[in-house]
Design a protein around this ligand. Structure first.
Ligand code: CA
Length: 123
């Protein structure tokens, strides 16, 4: 756990560095794919919101994050398969990170980051 100063530009810059971002998304995907079938079900994705790393998003209540995931799941689940593949998950995470970035706004804010937070990779 650490305390960092963050603003939306830092997060956006991180997302634009697609190589680093893709690597992290790949790791996250592998971690979340509990039954190792190469796709993420809604349940598997929900586990991500139970993850301690969401506690660092003090600006957004957990319910809001879960709602956001629900909406994004529908949006990126092309063909309504009930699952997301690696690429769809990447698009979803990009939106989640951008939503967080907008939460931070242009004014730098200090946040407490858990060890396994995605945002930790921004620094
Ligand atoms: Ca799976």
């Amino acid at each position: 756990m650490s305390i960092e100063i963050i603003d939306s530009h830092m997060v956006e810059k991180f997302i634009e560095n697609s190589e680093a971002f893709e690597k992290i998304i790949g790791e996250r995907f592998t971690l979340l794919d509990a039954n190792k079938d190469g796709v993420l079900s809604r349940d598997e994705l929900q586990n991500d919101t139970n993850d301690s790393s969401y506690e660092d998003v003090a600006l957004q209540p957990k319910e809001e994050i879960i709602n956001l995931y629900d909406v994004l799941f529908e949006k990126f689940d092309v063909g309504k398969k009930g699952t997301l593949d690696r690429k769809e998950f990447g698009s979803l995470m990009k939106e989640v990170m951008l939503a967080k970035a907008h939460g931070f706004g242009d004014t730098p804010v200090s946040i407490i980051l858990q060890e396994d937070s995605l945002l930790k990779k921004v620094f």
